[in-house]
Design a protein around this ligand. Structure first.
Ligand code: ATP
Length: 288
């Protein structure tokens, strides 16, 4: 048990705690591992979608979550973001239990996922989509929002939101599309907008659910560049993507799920050489 204080903290100013309390807190919030998923189970009737999955995500990483069809990746995302409630286990973000929280509360905590642009939002401009995002990015419908999602309870004023919106539009190079209806965007432009909407909530960690599906190679490169830029700024990404080459090239850590469990973890080389992983994919190309 280390008695090193967290970075930026004067050890003399720390409140006194007994050793067992300190130890418990350290177990709950391992430094540098903001997201900890432990023994998570989820059943749908007779189907076991998650069967005791355990993993952590390192701060400031781009972590890939992969696995063959039906492995449980989407169910895991839904459990982490409060869409589903697991039957057992624990999901902690900075030591705080997420199970039992509503999706908007989890987003308020700084953990968001990208959502497909819903039909209502297709009838709005790109600019309007982003103006709404700080309040709307809590689930499938912007209208269901009951609480502003500006982090740590700070409600952003419209002026500030507008400034952030333009900055975000420029960052994703979609400022020229500000007046365009979201419904008129190409597949790749929509993905950029989806990610821009997620960022407008001022998150710390972003869950990307197949962000490259239907995206042409030019925009794919732009999207991945933005992910790397944001990681440089300190954001953390958990990334589900079927394109194995993209995962192998862009994720420094890869978690492989199979039949609701974590089958293997490691870097691209370790994963692509792992016999169990190769067997689980039955010879699918692992991006080598
Ligand atoms: N709402 C649901 N009702 C019943 N079964 C479900 C439900 N959601 C998922 N499942 C089942 O749970 C298992 C895991 O599904 P899940 O969609 O999480 O896997 P996945 O890894 O995301 O798969 P894919 O890569 O094909 O999207 C599958 O057997 C699936 O049929």
């Amino acid at each position: 048990m280390s008695d090193v204080a967290p970075e930026g903290t004067d050890p003399d100013e720390l409140p006194e705690t007994d050793d067992s309390e300190t130890e418990k807190a350290a177990q709950q919030t391992p430094p540098g591992l903001p997201l900890r998923v432990e023994d998570v189970e989820k059943r749908f009737g007779g189907v076991t979608a998650l069967d005791g999955a355990t993993f952590s995500v390192e701060e400031g990483s781009i972590t890939g979550l992969i696995g063959p069809n039906g492995a449980g990746k989407s169910t895991m995302f839904d459990c982490i973001t409060g869409v589903h409630t697991p039957d057992a286990g624990s999901i902690r973000f900075h030591g705080e239990e997420l199970i039992g929280k509503e999706p908007y509360q989890i987003a308020q905590d700084g953990l968001v996922r990208t959502f497909q642009i819903a039909r209502e939002l297709e009838e709005m401009t790109v600019l309007e989509n982003l103006m709404l995002a700080p309040k709307g990015q809590i689930g499938e419908s912007a209208w269901r929002s009951v609480a502003p999602v500006a982090r740590r309870g700070v409600v952003k004023q419209e002026e500030q939101i507008r400034e952030d919106v333009w900055e975000t539009l420029e960052f994703f190079e979609i400022d020229h599309l500000a007046g365009e209806y979201a419904g008129n965007l190409s597949g790749g432009q929509r993905k950029l907008l989806e990610m821009a909407r997620a960022l407008m909530t001022d998150p710390e960690m972003v869950l990307l659910d197949e962000p490259l599906a239907g995206v042409n190679p030019t925009l794919e490169e732009k999207l991945l560049d933005r992910v790397h830029d944001l990681r440089e700024q300190g954001y953390t990404f958990l990334f589900v993507e079927h394109d194995m080459e993209v995962i192998m090239e862009n994720c420094e850590h890869i978690i492989v799920m199979h039949q609701g469990k974590v089958l293997a973890e490691g870097d691209a080389d370790e994963i692509s050489e792992n016999e169990q992983v190769i067997e689980a994919y039955l010879g699918e190309d692992l991006g080598e």
